[in-house]
Design a protein around this ligand. Structure first.
Ligand code: CMC
Length: 426
């Protein structure tokens, strides 16, 4: 039975019953679709703090209790018991794959993991020192020129092929944005490797030498990919959905997602965290940094702290902290920045400013330390986020194709000049 909330719209003295929609978990949503047609009123929610932009069955986040579920499975369990390929299948199809489904999925990823040779010439148009995310925005978008004519997004088969192509090609696309910058010839995918190992060999391997995978690093990298694979309606995923609602080419939609992810308030935070830790430098400088973060006249924020949805711990940050310690120990690295990070977290979590505002370390707080230990350059961190999030983006893109609400078209509260006339008008 549909529940309703009674809304009395005082401006026009009209009363409306608005249906309440119940999801499986999380807060209910008031359906305001009739607000404008019936009352000529719009809902105002800049930043979408109280807005459910769509229905989705992919990922659930409970920010008050630090819960993240992919298709119902807790992120901690997936990080422990699954690999990235299984998680991608789960996000795309709704269930963990059975053995034959898994093999078929891997075969598809293998079939589509090469880049058209012509794509490689796009890289040469970029300056060597271009930011990898700038390159990724361009090259992912450029893929739309390769597959546009042979794809009909009305056909489920074509849609699935486009989604697989995106996931499968992203490792080489990302790796090439690095190898191009250092002038090293790009290695091709090698299907004897799993997804993460394959990426590592394309990123760090020399074409002239055998690449030996370090299983501890490959596993840590796989966990990073799993943790970043999806996060419901975040800025980049919403960007993908918005772009896709017009029926745009999927490669172009994902390029839009890459662009949105780049910002320091979103995926760019992992790079910003490491820069901040380097700037702080030593444990003695932490109080100064904390004071700056609290000063309203200073734009400095503690990067890797706070989250729009998590008002308790970010479950991803706990998993990644364990991996960071494991990898540093395995490699015998004593990173003073880890000490700075641990102390910073300890001090901030006891500080009333952070407690009152419910600011906790998010996934990016430790991922930079881990990625640096693995040998990734700092400006490449967000490209790894993009590599992982492609699994989520394509899953949302696929889900959206079954929705029938048409193009997304938000409205606005207009605060500009009322009607006036051109000075030359007689
Ligand atoms: N350092 C210091 N103060 C902060 C921070 C921070 N990192 N984050 C929020 N605040 C303060 C903010 O100044 C405000 O204070 P007041 O109420 O006195 O004005 C209050 O906390 C609420 O902040 P907000 O900006 O309204 O919070 P939001 O939900 O809009 O922003 C956020 C969320 C993630 C953009 C923000 O916390 C932030 O900028 N954090 C640093 C960047 C970061 O780590 N981003 C990665 C997010 S996780 C990866 C991902 O999913 O993309």
């Amino acid at each position: 039975m549909t529940k309703y909330v009674n809304a009395v719209i005082t401006e026009e003295q009209k009363e409306s019953s608005l249906p309440i929609l119940e999801g499986t978990l999380g807060p209910h949503a008031v359906d305001i679709q009739n607000l404008y047609p019936r009352h000529n009123l719009l809902a105002f929610d800049p930043g979408f703090r109280s807005t459910a932009s769509c229905k989705s069955a992919i990922t659930f986040v409970d920010g008050d209790n630090g819960v993240l579920l992919y298709r119902g499975y807790p992120i901690e369990e997936l990080a422990e018991h699954s690999n990235f390929e299984e998680v991608t299948y789960l996000l795309m199809h709704g269930e963990l794959p059975k053995v034959d489904q898994y093999q078929e999925f891997i075969a598809l990823l293998h079939r589509h993991n090469l880049l058209h040779e012509q794509v490689m010439s796009f890289y040469r148009g970029f300056r060597r020192d271009a930011h990898p995310m700038a390159v990724m925005v361009g090259v992912v978008g450029a893929l739309s020129a390769f597959y546009h004519d042979v794809m009909d997004i009305q056909k489920q088969e074509d849609r699935m092929r486009a989604a697989i192509r995106l996931v499968a090609k992203m490792p080489m696309l990302a790796a090439a944005s690095y190898t191009y910058s250092i002038g090293r010839p790009q290695r091709y995918p090698n299907n004897k490797f799993d997804f993460s190992s394959n990426f590592l060999q394309m990123m760090f391997g020399r074409p002239s030498e055998e690449y030996v995978v370090d299983p501890v690093l490959a596993r840590a990298f796989d966990v990073i990919l799993i943790l970043h694979a999806d996060h419901e309606q975040n800025a980049s995923t919403s960007t993908v959905r918005l772009a896709a609602s017009s029926g745009a080419n999927p490669f172009a939609c994902i390029a839009a997602g890459v662009a949105s992810l780049w910002g320091p308030a979103h995926g760019g935070a992992n790079e910003a965290v490491l820069k901040m830790l380097q700037e702080i430098g030593t444990v003695e400088n932490i109080p100064k940094a904390i004071a700056r973060a609290k000063d309203k006249n200073d734009s400095f924020r503690l990067m890797g702290f706070g989250h729009r949805v998590y008002k308790n711990f970010d479950p991803r940050s706990r998993v990644i902290q364990v991996q960071a310690k494991k990898v540093l120990e395995h490699l015998g690295i004593k990173d003073p920045l880890l000490d700075v990070a641990l102390k910073l977290e300890e001090i901030a979590l006891k500080d009333s400013y952070f407690i009152e505002r419910k600011l906790y370390p998010n996934v990016d707080f430790y991922s930079g330390i881990l990625l640096r230990a693995m040998g990734f350059p700092m400006n490449f961190f967000t490209a790894i986020f993009a590599l992982a999030r492609t699994a989520g983006w394509v899953s949302h893109w696929l889900e959206l194709q079954h929705e029938s609400h048409g193009i997304d078209r938000p409205r606005q509260l207009y605060v500009g000049s009322p009607l006036r006339h051109h000075p030359k008008k007689k």
